[in-house]
Design a protein around this ligand. Structure first.
Ligand SMILES: C[S@@+](CC[C@H](N)C(=O)[O-])C[C@H]1O[C@@H](n2cnc3c(N)ncnc32)[C@H](O)[C@@H]1O
Length: 286
């Protein structure tokens, strides 16, 4: 659509942004539906899950010159921000479902950015991360281990170990539960669960270390960072930041409650009496 932008016809011809997504948008589709946004999760949280992945990696130190591998990139929910941010040829992704990559490029990223940034994609269905012949500074597996079987996770970790540099950071999510999924196949769109201890033991089997991260997730998955042993302490302690934010919010709400209480007539009277008593006591001391 083009607009002839002259002062006379500009105001009423400017497109208006809707307050809400119109009904034909995918926001109400259930996760796993064929729409490229809905296929990868709740469509009304597509933007949040993009931002959350991008914010986490930049918080952990991702810079534009780093090499990033996005495992199961789907419709480029995270990829649309990572590809834009990273220098040309630094974004790599594995996604068996080529249609999702194409829909992501068409609807979320744009072909011109692909021309400029030259992301590299593979449709390998067996977590062959070493197929790129490239070592990575960062690896992302967002909502992958939440659907993967133990043999798939083992294969992915064994491959990750091969493509990690000594200081690489591998951020991943899984769904923490009381039971460990024992099936041998990928489950989708449902999720599988693992205990943290079990997940950690899988990571350690492959000569890697694992640290839980208190990073928010809109569908309550647990974030972990996987690194080479000895590098766990280099991961910033997000817990203290989230604690600080929680305390700040509590302080704001306490101040709010206090200001409401202070406005009540009997509280005002009480404060006035207390101040008067103090004043009288001070005078008596003199
Ligand atoms: C819940 S979606 C997450 C997509 C993406 N990581 C995101 O956050 O938007 C899971 C993705 O894993 C992909 N997938 C399925 N089997 C896979 C495999 N063997 N290797 C890599 N990705 C796979 C699916 O096609 C789907 O795009």
């Amino acid at each position: 659509m083009t607009y002839k932008q002259t002062p006379d016809d500009l105001p009423d011809k400017l497109p208006k942004l809707p307050d809400e997504l119109p009904d034909d948008e995918p926001k109400n589709l259930p996760p796993g539906s064929s729409h490229h946004r809905a296929f990868v999760g709740p469509p009304n949280k597509y933007d949040l899950v993009s931002a959350m992945q991008f914010n986490l990696l930049t918080f952990l130190g991702l810079r534009e010159n780093h090499f990033l591998l996005d495992i199961g990139c789907g419709s480029l929910r995270g990829g649309r921000l990572f590809i834009t941010y990273l220098l040309t040829g630094r974004y790599f992704a594995i996604e068996p479902n080529q249609r999702l990559i194409e829909e992501g490029i068409k609807n979320e990223l744009g072909g011109h950015l692909v021309d400029i940034k030259q992301p590299v994609f593979s449709n390998d269905p067996n977590f062959t991360l070493s197929a790129f012949n490239q070592k990575f500074d960062f690896i992302m597996a967002q909502s992958i281990f939440s659907h993967a079987s133990v043999p798939q996770i083992r294969r992915c970790l064994a491959e990750a170990k091969k493509v990690m540099k000594p200081a690489s950071i591998f951020a991943a999510t899984f769904v923490k539960g009381e039971k460990n999924y024992e099936g041998g196949v990928w489950v989708y769109p449902g999720c599988v669960t693992y205990t943290f201890e079990f997940f950690k033991s899988l990571v350690e089997e492959h000569g890697l270390a694992c640290k839980r991260l208190e990073w928010p997730h809109p569908t309550a998955q647990t974030w972990v960072v996987i690194v080479n042993p000895g590098n766990e302490d280099n991961i910033p302690d997000i817990g203290s930041i989230t604690d600080l934010l929680r305390l700040k919010n509590e302080l704001i709400s306490c101040k709010d409650k206090l200001s409401k209480i202070e406005g009540r007539p009997y509280v005002k009277l009480g404060v006035w009496i207390e101040k008067s008593v103090k004043r009288i006591r001070r005078r008596k001391k003199k």
